[in-house]
Design a protein around this ligand. Structure first.
Ligand code: CTP
Ligand code: MG
Length: 385
């Protein structure tokens, strides 16, 4: 079975607005690269045509990147999507595939599973279209602002791409549609009008089309964490001395020694505070709470953390999760870990499930291993809000 694919990317994107939507960045590539890539991985390889605006093949090749661009042929599209697909179909005459899949270049979330089910159904039935249930109740209007029909929502579905067809039948249907100047926005309708019935395949709600700028902005945060999140790292060490309490995350851990220090010495809160400030690039704990300032003598480190949290939130960075490691030789921390997690979570206003505390010994090595010091490491992921 010889398979060909037409990816349409010749539109003007008028509803999207500034810039061509298919060439916009998405994750590590572009919308178009994501829409084309799964088709380049088909076995056996498919013949792939991409419709582009007049003079747009260099820009399309750049949007695809050299690896993907090498595997496709660019064809100039037409004034409408129907015409663009017709140009693609004509380009395939010499290849004369058995089946052709037509896919929107503006649908970057297409899955290999959907491609496979459309191709299988098109092979079995001659034509196949993926459909998803409507979310909103549909209305038919007369163009003058009056609703003229109230179709049952359950009887209506939305069409996605890829749509699959016998190649020769779709080409003939498209030539007829061209001769009639038919006005339509998908190939299933053309096939149904001139060639025959189209089978339904279950569509994929994730396979959304990028139509408006907001469709991509919403994606930006989900698929490109770098634009919406930042990581911060923190570390601290304190001597362990008699006559002080061992404070960890605001919890007093019973032990004969405690952290030396100007504040209450809570080595874990200090590491977490530095990580939080680091994620927001707001300096470090010493910048905000200088150790020589008498205000911070014996200060509650949980309070310092909450002050740093206020600074971070004011800068628009909200912690999403915290992970830390405490390194100490004795005592065993395991019995206290849940209380410490809860202490940090409460100070951070986060669920306990977003705070992780791990404990390690130093295998007798160095000052920590000899029980003369305690060390803490922390990372915080903060998201922009
Ligand atoms: N398309 C095409 N040739 C056209 C019109 C559209 O190849 N003359 C492509 C678009 O590039 C898009 C796909 O068909 O990938 C689906 O069309 P649509 O989402 O409507 O995109 P545009 O027509 O570009 O957008 P708009 O309708 O908002 O102008
Ligand atoms: Mg359009």
């Amino acid at each position: 079975m010889r398979l060909a694919v037409i990816v349409t990317a010749a539109g003007k994107g008028e509803r999207f607005g500034a810039g061509k939507k298919e060439f916009r960045r998405l994750g590590r590539g572009t919308v178009l690269a994501a829409a084309v890539r799964p088709f380049t991985e088909l076995e056996p390889p498919a013949f792939i045509v991409v419709t582009v605006p007049s003079g747009g093949s260099d820009a399309a090749a750049e949007a695809l990147g050299p690896d993907l661009a090498r595997g496709v042929r660019f064809v100039e599209g037409g004034a409408t999507r129907r015409e663009s697909v017709l140009h693609g179909l004509r380009e395939l005459r010499d290849a004369d595939p058995d089946l052709v899949l037509v896919h929107d270049g503006a649908r970057p979330f297409v899955s290999p599973a959907l491609i496979e089910s459309v191709a299988n159904a098109a092979e079995a039935h001659g034509a196949a279209v993926p459909l998803v249930p409507l979310v909103d109740t549909p209305k038919e209007v007369d163009g003058s602002g009056v609703v003229i029909r109230h179709p049952r929502r359950g009887a209506m579905k939305s069409a996605q791409t890829p749509q699959g067809f016998g190649y020769r039948a779709l080409l003939a249907a498209h030539e007829s549609a061209e001769a009639d100047g038919m006005d339509c926005t998908d190939d299933a309708e053309i096939y149904a009008r001139y060639a025959g019935p189209v089978a339904e395949v279950q569509g994929d709600p994730a396979n959304r089309k990028i139509t408006f700028a907001a469709d991509l902005e919403a994606e930006g945060h989900a698929s490109d964490p770098v634009s919406g999140a930042r990581v911060g790292q923190g570390w601290d060490v304190h001597r362990l001395v008699p006559g002080r309490l061992l404070m960890l995350g605001g919890v007093i851990v019973p032990f004969g020694l405690g952290e030396d220090g100007h504040s209450d010495g809570d080595v874990l809160f200090h590491a977490v505070t530095d990580a939080l400030l680091g994620a927001a690039a707001l300096g470090d704990i010493g910048t905000h709470f200088p150790p020589d300032d008498p205000r911070w003598k014996d200060a509650d480190s949980g309070g310092l953390f909450r002050t740093a949290l206020g600074l971070s939130l004011a800068a628009g960075w909200e912690p999403a999760n915290i992970d830390c490691t405490v390194i100490l030789e004795r005592p065993k921390l395991r019995p206290h870990v849940e209380a410490i997690r809860a202490g940090i979570a409460a100070a951070a206003g986060m669920p306990v499930s977003s705070v992780s505390v791990k404990a390690k010994t130093c295998e007798g090595l160095g000052p920590v291993g000899e029980g003369r010091a305690i060390e803490a490491h922390a990372v915080v992921l903060s998201r922009k809000f």
